[in-house]
Structures are given as structure tokens and as C-alpha cells.
Design a protein around this ligand. Structure first.
Ligand SMILES: Cc1cc2nc3c(=O)[nH]c(=O)nc-3n(C[C@H](O)[C@H](O)[C@H](O)COP(=O)(O)O)c2cc1C
Length: 200
């Protein structure tokens, strides 16, 4: 889709057994288990294009992406080491840095809400979360597994400065993408009857 397509009627949805079957078994990957091959540059562009087709109130697009290859993440993990030492459990903080370095490709999603806009910041942040989920779906559609990770360095102010997060921004997630040697195990799912109210 391009600006030339603006105002063009899009196709109406039709039932897709294939899409339902994929959604019914969708699962995140353990980040440390993600291995090569990761998506090619053309596939990354497609994942971003599909992932960015996400609802956002006011068309503010209140998020930005940083596509991180292995070199930048290795350097980042190294730069985060002294900050891991300041965490309540330094050994664990160090250990989880392997989630940053193992996967072949990562898309960092940064929430960039516009303060003082009539669209509440909360809604802008929800859009950043939605874009993370949509990136996972896009990766799945291209045949890759994905993992949405935040970890301590997404919340530690000195660490986020190292990552390049600016004032007013927040990390929505590191979306790690790659291949898995084996399918992930099923995990508990919510009791929908307990979670859902039906009204006439
Ligand atoms: C906002 C957000 C942040 C997360 N951060 C972490 C994290 O830091 N470490 C972790 O092990 N899992 C984290 N997770 C959970 C993983 O993404 C987890 O694999 C996923 O929720 C499993 O569910 P699924 O298989 O239905 O996708 C996070 C999930 C969300 C939504």
C-alpha cells in the first residue's frame, strides 16, 4: 500500500481456515532458543510493513523501530554489563542478557507518545503494544518465530539511556525473530468463560 492507494476500497475479509489454524497454535519462542536463519533485509522490510498496519487513535503512529543485527546487540549487551551489576540480582540480570545476543534479528519497538495531545497517552501506549503483537504475527506469516521481551534494561533509566531511549519515550518491547529447532510447548491459556461476559 502506498499514498496512491489512499481512499481505495480494500477487500472485505473472507473466512480463512488457514489463518484460523495458524492463530490457533501461535506461540512465542523462548528468546534464547531462536537461531539462524533470521529474516533477510527484504523480509524485515515486509515484517515492518505488515506490523505497522496497526490501529492508532489520531494517526499519530506513536512508536518507532530500531532494527538490530547481531553486532549492535552484542555491543549493547557489553555496555549493559556494568548496569547489570547494579541490579538486585546481578547474576540473573547478567544471565538474561543472552536473550539480547542469541536471536538472529531484533526489532526494538519504542513507544513515542505525544504529550498533551487530545488522544490520551495511555491509548498511544496501547498502540505501541499492538504494533509489537502485529510484528509477531507478521514474523509468523513469513515463517519465523518471535519473542517479545522487555527485561530489566527496559526499565532501568541508565540502561535505557545506553539503549538510546529519549525523554518521554519508553521501550514497548524487543521483538526477537528467528528460527526454532523444535516447536514450542503449549502453555496454559485463560479460562475464557471466567474472563468473558456476554450481553444481549
Ligand atoms: C509487554 C511484554 C513484556 C514481556 N517481557 C518479558 C521478559 O522480559 N522476559 C520474559 O521471559 N518474557 C517476557 N514476556 C513474555 C513473553 O513474550 C512470553 O513468551 C509470551 O507472553 C508467551 O505467550 P505466547 O506464547 O502466547 O505468545 C513479555 C510479554 C509482554 C507482553
Amino acid at each position: 500500500m502506498s499514498d496512491a492507494d489512499l481512499g481505495q476500497a480494500l477487500p472485505l475479509p473472507t473466512p480463512s481456515a488457514e489463518l484460523q489454524a495458524r492463530l490457533a497454535v501461535r506461540r512465542s519462542a523462548p528468546a534464547q532458543s531462536l537461531v539462524a536463519p533470521g529474516p533477510s533485509p527484504a523480509e524485515v522490510a515486509r515484517i515492518l510493513e505488515l506490523g505497522a498496519r496497526t490501529p492508532d487513535h489520531g494517526k499519530l503512529f506513536p512508536w518507532r523501530f530500531v532494527v538490530m543485527g547481531p553486532q549492535s546487540r552484542a555491543a549493547l549487551a557489553e555496555a549493559l554489563l556494568p548496569h547489570a551489576a547494579r541490579q538486585p540480582d546481578p547474576a540473573k540480570a547478567r544471565k538474561v542478557l543472552s536473550k539480547l545476543t542469541a536471536p538472529p534479528l531484533t526489532i526494538l519497538v519504542v513507544s513515542t507518545p505525544v504529550e498533551g495531545h487530545k488522544v490520551p497517552v495511555w491509548e498511544q501506549q496501547l498502540s505501541a503494544g499492538a504494533v509489537c503483537m502485529n510484528l509477531e504475527h507478521a514474523a509468523d506469516a513469513l515463517g519465523y518465530s518471535a519473542s517479545w521481551i522487555t527485561d530489566w534494561y527496559s526499565y532501568d533509566p541508565q540502561a535505557t539511556e545506553v539503549i538510546g531511549v529519549m525523554a518521554g519515550e519508553q521501550i514497548a518491547g524487543f521483538i526477537h525473530i528467528g528460527a526454532l529447532a523444535e516447536g514450542p510447548l503449549e502453555r496454559p491459556r485463560p479460562d475464557l468463560a471466567a474472563k468473558t461476559a456476554y450481553q444481549p
